[in-house]
Write a protein that binds this ligand. Structure first.
Ligand code: ANZ
Length: 976
């Protein structure tokens, strides 16, 4: 999936914050800090830092600044790499990666034993960009890998595949700039991604790898298109599209930001063009209803609901009047969700692109209307409908009759009404709709109140009241409608009933969801399998037997600029013959959008080599649905909605057996760059506390290294001047900011296991978190401790002895309790995808184990099994050193024995003569005698008890021990 599509808007402003501020910027790279002057970093400081870095002095933080990256590189060339290893990860990791490959350890056989339960865990497959892997990728991939490994060990058949979403604009743009064929670039990038992923030890079944650019894959993407065409779900239409002249292509709405292309920032205009559309709207209700049964984040479900945007309302006809105020044959049908407010409609608005507009506009107003239409065509829908934007519009020169009040009302043209929604025309009710209110106030149109708030409060002047309430001013007996005194709900119902009776309207459900624009004027995409007869222009599907329709080789990928796609340059490919009539024909030269290949890839993984069917029925039935699907929240709507739509079509035609493709979706949080600290300075060079002024833009800024920073309460301050508060921010990683952490560097310095563990430990899986170098050093040290505990310290020349330090002794009760507590916690936390707290439990175990004299094999073996999903290389190595010839991957995951989980001791309060004097720790089943003996030996209690005659003991097992002293004898005794 193209993560470069990520669209997270920067925060509108960046005030100094107490906690690190998370600043995101997807494309527009923000100067850092945005409102501040250039930072100062001392070169000598940098030199010192990187010297430390190269010599592996862990514990020193390395926040890289823009200038530091180049310095590091220069230094790398001069100095030998001397990283101190906490354990020999650099030998272990390649060794076990080779082992897994040679032994096909993670291969999921084609014919699995289907009597066993299955677990299909999937990552949103990546778009193999030229930049290679980013530390954000392994976050999700490590989580799915832990789940895959955990479930394998629990006896499930696991499907854990990986592939490439490989068509897309960046490779094509690169081809245009450099003349390198997109296929070459893409394959090179895929090879890099694959080797990076392999270096992280993910347990993918690489024999199932698929790529959307392979003809054997896109054959089935094309086949699905033909099924959609057969069912009338793919059609052609002239639609206004986002046309980017500079890129020479049509862009999807999400690729246009503030009127310019997301990629390159080129101007975008609206232009009507022939396009292929997919009728996703036919599935709107099902896409909405079936959301309920999904175990998805509520936020995604909500976003899908809003995107589908189902609303219930009515269509009502308003009759157009001629210049003398007489009714004509022309009608303007409006869509409203508030029929109860119809008496308050004091004007109508039609969209600038409203089809009937040219026939209603008056001669005097024609020129200004056309001018207005032209300006509106250059605005995006978002710009037009923003509530805050000042409303614009022109009078059409004609009036229409409000069918309920009978009054003539003006018809305006305004771009806050969209041609693509409802009927493209609205009845404007300025008293009860905010936008209409702004518009009417600006153009002096009457405002008529027809709904009073239920609580009897008055209207706020200068503002619309958009809530429901009791209807007023809404009666016209001439037309037989009186809704005064009714609630909004009842009134809406009555208006619809009335409109249906008099033939002026009907109930109507509308969706925000639009049909899916399914064509791009690009080369690097799946060819659309359609031909056009040259004589009639009729479009015909390519025969299924002719699939795949392969993409022809081209040397020139530049867009024609006219909208003719680059494929039109492949003349001999374009010219063809219709096999059934023998007539000359031309091929469709538009290609499919990038979303196409990612819509169904999860099905192909179940049966990747099948040349007869998209997926074998039995295999699909066994593996469907995907049990856990992990990816970025940026795919909440488009990808997840498009694939649900295709899945439902495939369900309807019997290709798949489930209504939904993904049972559980999880979004991993974003990893931001390391926190950067900035101090403000006045012109004399004195530090100024960040809370001392509202506008810090006045001051000079200096980057402060982490070593000079300390946390004070909720704030970060200078270590040597704690009264100077600093600005702390974390930014999205970006090349230009120089805060990108490359996983390859981390792997070579600390090993893949440390990277995996850190990615899981850095914070809750679903939350945004900041990268922190000392954090990775911390987990690396933990792995070093674990290694030394089990294998031992290195010999003087850095090598390690064979075998381990474990003993064959029987574990003690305490050791068993510690282990089973850890098993229970790790299991529970993996199941709940709370990987970070699972790691904490393992750290606690290691701390406890360091206190033991001996490490019994039974205990250590179980612990290594627990560790293995997280750090598989180290676990495999120890497992083999423990004498096991086979991989740890299919060993049973330990089960917590409840017998060891019960707390064995209780704290017993001890009272002397009814007064609590202390507590003792006793075994749960402890007898009265034993409790009393313990109390007498207790330092504090003994002075009350020793040598004192006792009258009575009251003992409630596990609850209390009360000792009543014999006061008389105490006194007598003391006299004696
Ligand atoms: C009169 C009215 C009175 C409205 C009132 C609202 C409040 P949803 O819920 O999003 O479907 N509308 C209809 N078509 C439109 C278009 N093409 N472009 C912009 N706005 C359009 O919203 C439906 C409401 O949005 C409709 O109900 C209409 O304004 C407006 F007190 O009609 B209403």
């Amino acid at each position: 999936m193209n993560l470069t599509h990520t669209k997270i808007q920067p925060f509108p402003h960046s005030p100094p914050l107490t906690h690190p501020t998370f600043l995101f910027s997807s494309r527009s790279l923000l100067p850092f800090p945005r409102n501040l002057k250039p930072a100062h970093v001392s070169p000598s400081f940098l030199y010192k830092k990187h010297t430390l870095l190269r010599y592996g002095c862990f514990g020193v933080s390395r926040s890289r600044t823009r200038s530091s990256v180049s310095e590091v590189k220069a230094e790398q060339k001069q100095k030998p790499l001397l990283v101190k290893r906490a354990y020999p990860f650099d030998e272990i990791e390649p060794k076990w990666q080779r082992y897994w490959e040679q032994n096909r350890t993670f291969r999921t056989p084609n014919d699995v034993d289907t009597s066993k339960p299955k677990f299909y865990v999937l990552d949103m497959f990546p778009y193999p960009s030229g930049a290679g892997l980013h530390v954000g990728h392994p976050l999700g991939y490590t989580a799915t890998d832990i789940l895959a490994r955990f479930k394998r060990m629990q006896g499930y058949n696991v499907l854990h595949p990986m592939g490439w979403d490989a068509f897309g604009l960046p490779a094509e743009q690169y081809a245009i700039e450099t003349g390198t064929h997109p296929k070459l670039t893409t394959l090179r990038n895929i090879n890099r991604f694959r080797s990076q992923l392999k270096s992280l030890g993910f347990s993918y079944d690489w024999e199932r790898e698929i790529s959307t650019i392979e003809p054997q894959y896109y054959k089935w993407t094309q086949w699905i298109f033909l099924q959609l065409l057969k069912r009338g779900l793919a059609y052609q239409a002239e639609v206004p599209v986002n046309w980017c002249p500079a890129l020479g292509t049509v862009l999807a709405n999400e690729e246009v930001v503030d009127g310019v292309s997301e990629r390159g920032g080129h101007p975008v205009i609206r232009k009507p063009m022939r396009q292929w559309m997919l009728k996703i709207t036919a599935y709107a209700d099902r896409l909405l209803e079936d959301l309920d049964e999904l175990d998805w984040p509520e936020s995604i479900k909500e976003m899908q609901k809003n995107w589908i945007g189902r609303s219930e309302g009515a269509e009502v006809e308003f009759c157009v009047l001629d210049s003398d105020g007489r009714e004509t044959d022309m009608k303007i049908t409006i869509y409203t969700t508030r029929p109860d407010t119809i008496f308050g409609a004091t004007y109508l608005v039609v969209a600038p692109e409203y089809t009937l507009l040219s026939s209603i506009v008056s001669t005097e107003q024609r020129e200004s209307v056309e001018e207005y239409q032209d300006i509106a065509s250059r605005k995006s829908d978002l710009e037009r409908t923003e509530l805050q934007k000042e409303k614009t519009g022109v009078f059409s020169g004609c009036c229409a009759k409000n069918p309920t009040s009978g009054e003539p009302i003006p018809v305006w043209v305004a771009d806050y009404v969209l041609g693509s929604y409802g009927t493209g025309a609205i009845m404007a009710v300025p008293a009860h709709d905010a936008r209409d209110h702004q518009f009417a106030s600006k153009f002096n149109i009457p405002i008529k109140w027809v709904v009073t708030p239920n609580n009897g409060s008055c209207f706020e002047s200068g503002k619309a009241y958009s809530g429901e309430g009791i209807i007023v001013n809404s009666s016209n007996l001439k037309v037989g409608l009186d809704i005064n005194g009714l609630s909004s709900k009842e009134a809406a119902y009555r208006v619809i009933e009335w409109a249906e009776k008099v033939g002026k309207g009907k109930k109507k459900v509308n969706y925000k969801l639009r049909d899916w624009l399914f064509a791009r004027q690009r080369y690097w995409g799946e060819p659309i399998p359609v031909i056009f007869l040259e004589d009639s222009g009729e479009s015909l599907p390519v025969l299924e037997s002719e699939l795949p329709l392969t993409l022809p080789e081209l040397d020139d990928f530049t867009p024609s600029g006219t909208g003719e796609p680059p494929l039109s340059k492949a003349v001999s490919w374009v010219k063809t013959i219709d096999p059934s009539s023998g007539k000359p024909a031309t091929r469709e030269t538009n290609t499919m959008p990038q979303w196409a290949g990612s819509c169904w890839y999860y099905l192909r993984f179940m049966d990747p080599k099948n040349s007869n069917e998209l997926v074998d029925k039995a295999k699909e039935k066994y593996w469907s649905p995907v049990d856990v699907y992990v990816g970025g929240a940026e795919h909440a709507v488009l990808h997840l909605l498009y694939s649900r739509f295709w899945h439902k079509v495939l369900y309807d035609i019997g290709v798949v057996s489930t209504k939904e493709p993904f049972k559980c979706v999880i979004n991993q949080g974003i990893i931001l760059g390391e926190v950067q600290y900035t101090a403000c300075k006045d012109t004399d060079g004195n530090y100024i506390s960040a809370d001392s002024a509202d506008d810090l833009g006045e001051y000079l800024q200096e980057n402060i290294s982490e070593e000079r920073v300390v946390k004070s309460g909720e704030f970060f301050v200078l270590k040597d001047s704690p009264n100077i508060r600093l600005i702390a921010r974390a930014h999205k990683m970006s090349k230009s900011r120089g805060n990108v952490v490359n996983p390859d560097d981390v792997v070579s310095e600390y090993g893949a296991d440390s990277l995996r563990l850190y990615e899981m430990f850095v914070g809750p899986f679903r939350d945004s978190k900041t990268w922190n170098t000392s954090g990775i050093e911390g987990v690396h040290r933990f792995l070093g401790r674990t290694w030394r505990l089990i294998v031992g310290s290195p010999l003087h020349h850095g090598a390690f002895k064979d075998g381990t330090l474990v003993t064959d002794e029987e574990p003690t009760m305490e050791q068993l309790r510690t282990l089973h507590k850890c098993i229970a916690k790790v299991t529970e936390e993996i199941e709940g995808t709370r990987f970070n707290t699972g790691i904490s439990a393992m750290m606690e175990f290691i701390n406890a184990a360091y206190k033991w004299d001996k490490q019994p094999k039974a205990i250590i073996e179980a612990f290594v099994l627990l560790l293995s999903p997280y750090v598989p290389h180290m676990a495999e190595e120890i497992w083999s050193r423990l004498g096991h010839p086979d991989s740890i991957a299919y060993e049973a995951f330990p089960k917590a024995d409840p017998a060891y989980l019960k707390e064995s001791t209780v704290v017993l309060p001890v009272q002397i003569n009814g007064k609590t004097r202390g507590t003792i720790q006793v075994e749960k089943g402890c007898s009265e005698e034993d409790a009393f003996t313990l109390a007498s030996q207790d330092e504090k209690l003994s002075k009350y008890l020793n040598g004192k005659p006792i009258k009575k003991r009251i003992f409630v097992p596990g609850k209390i021990l009360n000792v009543i002293l014999d006061r008389q004898n105490v006194k007598a005794g003391s006299i004696q």
